[in-house]
Design a protein around this ligand. Structure first.
Ligand code: ZN
Length: 378
C-alpha cells in the first residue's frame, strides 16, 4: 500500500509565565584583593581567608576526639570546623539568584612574634582561655557596619582557646561582616550585655548561642557576604529560574506543556553574553481527525537547550537557544479501523526577548517551537 502522506505544520508562539530572579550588575571598579581572595568559577564564588595563627613553640592543645595535639592539630580543627559551618550554612542560599558562595579558611601556624606572619594574611594571636575573642578589621569599620577592608588589608585577631563555632563567627568578621548585635553598656561605659539588632536575633553574626544552626544563616547574611565578595570580584548578571509553557494550539490541535529549569551561568569574559542550560520535559498532546475518524496522541521529550543571553547592563537581553533540539518519533495509531503511523517531528527552540535584569523578573515577546506531524495510512 502506498502511504498517503498528510502533513501539517504548526508554528505558533507559545505563551507562558516566566519566573526568574535576577539582580543588576554592580557598577564601579573592582578593588584589588591582597588578602582575602575571591574566585569565580561559573556560578560558584569561593572566598579564601588566609590566617596566620601565632603560637608559642611547643604549645599543646586539647582537641575533642584527638586528645592533646600541637598547633597544627588546633589549626586543622579550627579550619575544618569553620569551613563546615560556613559552607553548610551558605549552601541552601543563592546570591543574586544564581551564585553559590563558598568559604575556604586557610590557617597557618607561625611563631608567636609580630614579625613572623605574612602581610597578605590575617594575623591571629592566641589568648588565654576566657578571653573574649575579637577581630579588628581596620579601615575604621563600625562594629555594626560590613566593610570590605579585610579583602585588601590584613586584620588582627585575638582569639581565646575557643571552639570551631566561635572561630567561624570570627572568620565572619575576616569576611568583612559586622556583628549583628550591639553591646549594652552601663552608665560607666562597662559592657553589661548584648542586644541583637532588629530581625537578627539568633543569626550567626549575632550571639549565635541564642540561635541554632538552622537560624544562623539566612538570605540577608548571604546577600551581605556576596556584596563583600562582589567588591573585589565583579559578579556579572546571571539568572536561574523556571520557564513554564502551557499552550493550546487550535491550528495543529496540540496542547503542549513544559516546565524548563533555566540555569544561566555567566560569561567568563564579561562580554555581555550569558550562557547556560534550560533542562526539563516538554509534553505534547493532540488529536487527529479525518473522515469522521480520530485518534489522540501524546508524547514527552526530555529537553536540554543550550541558551545564550545577549545584552548590556540591566537589559534588555534576548535569550535564545543556540541550536533547537530536534526530535522525531513514530507512533502507531488507528483512524477508525485503519492503522496509521504518526510521525512527530519537533524542533524545540526558545527565544525570549526583552529580558530585564533590574527588577527580578523578565517579560518576553516570543517563544517558538515548531512541530510537524506526518501520518501515513496503511
Ligand atoms: Zn563578633
Amino acid at each position: 500500500m502506498t502511504p498517503s502522506v498528510l502533513s501539517r505544520l504548526a508554528r505558533v508562539a507559545a505563551l507562558g509565565a516566566v519566573l526568574i530572579a535576577v539582580s543588576p550588575p554592580r557598577s564601579g571598579e573592582a578593588r584589588p584583593a591582597a588578602v582575602n581572595q575571591v574566585e569565580r568559577d561559573g556560578t560558584v564564588v569561593t572566598i579564601t581567608v588566609p590566617i596566620d595563627l601565632h603560637l608559642s613553640e611547643g604549645q599543646r592543645f586539647r582537641v575533642p576526639g584527638q586528645g592533646t595535639t600541637d598547633g597544627a592539630g588546633l589549626a586543622s580543627w579550627w579550619e575544618s570546623g569553620a569551613e563546615a559551618i560556613w559552607n553548610s550554612g551558605l549552601s541552601p542560599y543563592l546570591f543574586r539568584g544564581c551564585y553559590t558562595l563558598r568559604v575556604d579558611v586557610e590557617i597557618n601556624v607561625v611563631a608567636q612574634d609580630p614579625f613572623s606572619g605574612d602581610p597578605d594574611h590575617h594575623q591571629v594571636y592566641l589568648q588565654q582561655s576566657g578571653y573574649r575573642s575579637q577581630v579588628w578589621r581596620g579601615g575604621g569599620a563600625d562594629k555594626n557596619q560590613d566593610d570590605p577592608n579585610p579583602y585588601s588589608n590584613n586584620a588582627l585577631g585575638r582569639w581565646g582557646t575557643i571552639g570551631p563555632t566561635t572561630v567561624a563567627h570570627e572568620v565572619g568578621h575576616l569576611l568583612g561582616l559586622a556583628d549583628d548585635y550591639t553591646d549594652v553598656r552601663d552608665s560607666s561605659g562597662k559592657t553589661v550585655g548584648v542586644q541583637s539588632l532588629p530581625g537578627r536575633d539568633g543569626t550567626f553574626m549575632d550571639n549565635y548561642r541564642r540561635g541554632t544552626p538552622s537560624t544562623w544563616f539566612d538570605q540577608e547574611l548571604v546577600d551581605r557576604l556576596g556584596e563583600m565578595a562582589g567588591i573585589v570580584e565583579p559578579l556579572p548578571p546571571c539568572f536561574q529560574g523556571t520557564v513554564h509553557i502551557v499552550q493550546e494550539d487550535d491550528l495543529g490541535g496540540h496542547t503542549r506543556r513544559a516546565i524548563l529549569d533555566v540555569a544561566l551561568a555567566v560569561d567568563p569574559n564579561d562580554a555581555g553574553e550569558l550562557q547556560g542550560l534550560a533542562t526539563g520535559t516538554f509534553d505534547l498532546e493532540g488529536r487527529v481527525t479525518q473522515g469522521g475518524c480520530e485518534f489522540s496522541y501524546s508524547t514527552s521529550v526530555g529537553v536540554s537547550l543550550e541558551l545564550s543571553a545577549a545584552g548590556e547592563g540591566d537589559g534588555p537581553y534576548t535569550v535564545t537557544a543556540k541550536a533547537p533540539q530536534r526530535v522525531e518519533e513514530t507512533q502507531r495509531h488507528a483512524l477508525c479501523d485503519t492503522p496509521v503511523d504518526l510521525t512527530i517531528e519537533w524542533e524545540i527552540g526558545l527565544t525570549i526577548e526583552d529580558v530585564f535584569f533590574d527588577d527580578g523578573r523578565y517579560e518576553f515577546t516570543d517563544e517558538s517551537t515548531d512541530i510537524v506531524l506526518f501520518y501515513s495510512g496503511r
